[in-house]
Design a protein around this ligand. Sequence first.
Ligand SMILES: Nc1nc2c(c(=O)[nH]1)N=C([C@H](O)[C@@H](O)CO)CN2
Length: 132
Amino acid sequence: MVDRIQWHKGSDRVTDSVLIEGLAVETVIGVYDWERDITQRLLVDLDMAWDNAAPAATDDVAQALDYAAVSERVVSYLDELRPQLLETAAEGLAACLQEEFGVRWLALTIRKPGAVPQARSVGVRIERGQRS
Ligand SMILES: Nc1nc2c(c(=O)[nH]1)N=C([C@H](O)[C@@H](O)CO)CN2
């Protein structure tokens, strides 16, 4: 345990996260013509590396990765993008969040629950960036 603490303190590796789970976004998405005329619901999960010690010490949201602000940006980004593929949505959204919020590493899952009736949901998951 002592070794583990010393290793962590001597490293720039961020092991903390800020999480968003099951964020529902209604947008135009899909490959087929009929999908361009309707909106469909996507569910977004995010695991974003962030050092939570600083905001914890100051109790200041300005030092935190504000999950409310990130959630708003996810909704507006997907609403504007209107892509065909989930892959396009995931790649663009990851780049947007890394650039605008300074997130070093993130894992992003986008699910499209209505796409395959026999499945509870289908989707894609990507990881981008590095924790150190
Ligand atoms: N890997 C993917 N496969 C498919 C996608 C997608 O975004 N990524 N999209 C479709 C259609 O839009 C589908 O959702 C219509 O039901 C098919 N395959």
